[in-house]
Design a protein around this ligand. Structure first.
Ligand SMILES: CC(C)(COP(=O)(O)OP(=O)(O)OC[C@H]1O[C@@H](n2cnc3c(N)ncnc32)[C@H](O)[C@@H]1OP(=O)(O)O)[C@@H](O)C(=O)NCCC(=O)NCCS
Length: 159
């Protein structure tokens, strides 16, 4: 399967993806928010034959740090390497732009859920490190913050 990563938005394609993942994106207002965010944040699409199979949105908090704001892959094509391809494209661009840290937030393990356990397994496999679980970040349950260092700490930063 040849899947290309393209840096552009596709509101309809992203809406279709998110609506196909109701266990993760079951709130219509939240879907509207993510679709709208595709017009303002850097948007990476995994595309095959003009069909959007996956999406990653990146939020830039500071010049040296960014957040993987949205990740979703067509449920029929999970575990085909599309998520990895998207994250690698994001990381390559951020590194090139001098970004040193990439964070992502997801549901923490103190809320038992098979689907989110798979999501955490994905982030860990890609090289993210869990930092801390917080309460009441964007929902009533626990939110896990994970981080990936995109650049080594230089000797000039060691005191
Ligand atoms: C999480 C998600 C983006 C991963 O995308 P994907 O294309 O399925 O993942 P990949 O095929 O690139 O997987 C890369 C690696 O992550 C790990 N991984 C991915 N899915 C996994 C799963 N279900 N269980 C265990 N490990 C998993 C594996 O190590 C995998 O490598 P391998 O298949 O060679 O062993 C996708 O499954 C998805 O859209 N999930 C639902 C929505 C979601 O969780 N979004 C994030 C909300 S915070």
């Amino acid at each position: 399967m040849t899947v290309q990563v393209q840096k552009r938005s596709d509101p309809q394609g992203v809406r279709r993806l998110l609506e196909a993942l109701p266990s993760w994106f079951g709130i219509p207002d939240a879907i509207d928010g993510y679709v709208a965010a595709g017009d303002t944040m850097p948007s990476y699409l995994a595309v095959q034959d003009d069909r959007t199979l996956g999406v990653a949105l990146v939020k830039r908090h500071y010049a040296e740090s960014a957040e993987l704001y949205l990740m979703a892959v067509d449920p029929l094509l999970r575990r085909s390497g599309i998520g990895r391809q998207l994250v690698h494209a994001v990381v390559d661009d951020l590194r090139g732009d001098g970004v040193r840290f990439l964070q992502v937030k997801t549901v923490g393990e103190s809320f038992p859920d098979e689907g989110y356990a798979e999501t955490r397994a994905f982030y860990l496999a890609l090289g993210f490190t869990p930092l801390e679980e917080f309460a009441l970040v964007s929902w009533d349950g626990p939110t896990l913050q994970l981080v990936m260092a995109l650049a080594p700490l230089g000797p000039e930063r060691v005191t």
